[in-house]
Design a protein around this ligand. Sequence first.
Ligand SMILES: Nc1nc2c(ncn2[C@@H]2O[C@H](COP(=O)(O)OP(=O)(O)OP(=O)(O)O)[C@@H](O)[C@H]2O)c(=O)[nH]1
Length: 191
Amino acid sequence: MVERAEITGLVLAGGQGSRLGGVDKGLQMYRGQPLARTALERLSPQVGRVMLSANRHLDDYARWGVLVWPDPADLAGYQGPLAGFLSGLQHAETPYLVTVPCDCPQFPADLVARLAEAMHDGVDLVLARTDAGPEPAFCLMRRSLAADLRRYLESGERKVGRWMAQLRRAEVTFDDPAAFFNINTPDDLAR
Ligand SMILES: Nc1nc2c(ncn2[C@@H]2O[C@H](COP(=O)(O)OP(=O)(O)OP(=O)(O)O)[C@@H](O)[C@H]2O)c(=O)[nH]1
């Protein structure tokens, strides 16, 4: 079991948003508020501190008073969520990092507490899942994974599942798949 104060929360907003026409997804309005802001508000009470991962409009995000980190500069181009994981692991000052994507505005209020219950000696990372399958962007991990993840990305690998498969994993099943409703298209933003 890990205490809340030992966990830094990272909102992932660094993607390409190609299914939304290439816009910066975290800044898109959903129910009157930018998506990344909703994610930060939902995550903040669950962790000791929060940060945000972005690759565009860093100043716009920083205006909300949150620490914003771009993906590691030496890993060129868009690399997918693992680049955000690495940036978070490198900047976190707590022993644990938990990630959430910016595009799931209804994720569970007890997400981090439940992931933290499953973090034990012998576990490197804990993933959320529903009956529909794993939700790998919702991941509690040890900060000490930074070196392993850097080696993985430097070797040219990008796939989240393949990186996680070689680690000691635990999974926590959440009953309500609707809580992981994911915004990918303009229609989703209007729901
Ligand atoms: N830091 C960082 N986060 C990313 C990157 N790519 C995706 N993400 C984040 O990972 C989560 C899932 O992203 P996807 O929906 O698969 O990708 P996306 O780029 O946001 O959108 P599409 O281009 O439409 O697939 C979102 O929170 C993204 O912000 C990246 O290169 N860097």
